[in-house]
Design a protein around this ligand. Structure first.
Ligand code: HEC
Length: 209
């Protein structure tokens, strides 16, 4: 089990750092996640040439990286159950401070939210539905940007990997009973359970002026 966790940490780190992870079994599925990361890396040198879609992607990926680093640190040092409290208390603060630092508005939303505040609105839900159809057909999900009231709003997929399943996976086999207890206590209307890997857990929504 420890080994499994270590392996998944390694994989997620690779994904986040945008490295090629050729030892991973299913390359096609993996590439969906990695493409974005590689783009982020490539764009970092020529920020001024970025399209709004690419800028938004950069913002979302930077925030995701900070969240993931903190999550991994918490899981490694204090275990899943404590990490759960971290997600509960810190995910917002971190996302907010990243938004402040990057001077944009960023949020994570889902069609099946754990926290009801993270429920996707109509437009976001439409993008999620469309993206799920792409995934089901084995195609890549494309980030999207729209202009509403003079603001550019970018949508970027959040795909599950092994590490997510200890809190969002099968409740009988993957989520520990202590974790389930926390979910019940903190999120009585939780819908964010029962995921497998490479599923669309939600999206980043980046609002830029
Ligand atoms: C240690 C437990 C834990 C792990 C591991 C975890 N999450 Fe979560 N996740 C949570 C909690 C708790 C929330 C609710 C946070 C809040 O109140 O805003 C949440 C919320 C989210 C949300 C916001 C939408 C919603 O459901 O409220 C997304 C998206 C999300 N998680 C994706 C992921 C992904 C992707 C992974 C794996 C990379 C992951 N999570 C790993 C516990 C976890």
């Amino acid at each position: 089990m420890k080994k499994l966790i270590r392996n998944s940490l390694f994989i997620i780190l690779l994904i986040l750092l945008g490295c090629k992870n050729s030892s991973e079994g299913d390359k096609t599925k993996d590439s969906r996640v990695k493409t974005n990361q590689e783009e982020v890396k490539d764009y970092s040198d020529n920020k001024n040439d970025l399209t709004p879609l690419e800028q938004g992607l950069n913002f979302a990926m930077q925030t995701q990286k900070v969240l993931a680093e903190n999550l991994i640190y918490e899981i490694n040092t204090n275990g899943t159950v404590h990490a759960f409290t971290f997600c509960n208390a810190k995910a917002y603060t971190l996302t907010d401070s990243m938004a402040l630092a990057l001077n944009v508005q960023i949020k994570r939303v889902s069609d099946k939210p754990r926290n009801p505040n993270n429920k996707a609105n109509k437009e976001e839900a439409a993008y999620i539905t469309k993206s799920k159809e792409f995934l089901a057909k084995g195609e890549n999900i494309k980030p999207e940007i729209t202009e509403t009231n003079g603001k550019m709003i970018g949508y970027y997929p959040i795909i599950t990997n092994q590490i997510c399943l200890q809190c969002h996976g099968n409740q009988d086999t993957e989520v520990l009973s202590e974790t389930l207890l926390q979910i019940e206590n903190l999120y009585p209307n939780d819908k964010a359970i029962g995921y497998k890997i490479n599923e669309l857990r939600g999206i980043w929504v980046v609002e830029m002026n």
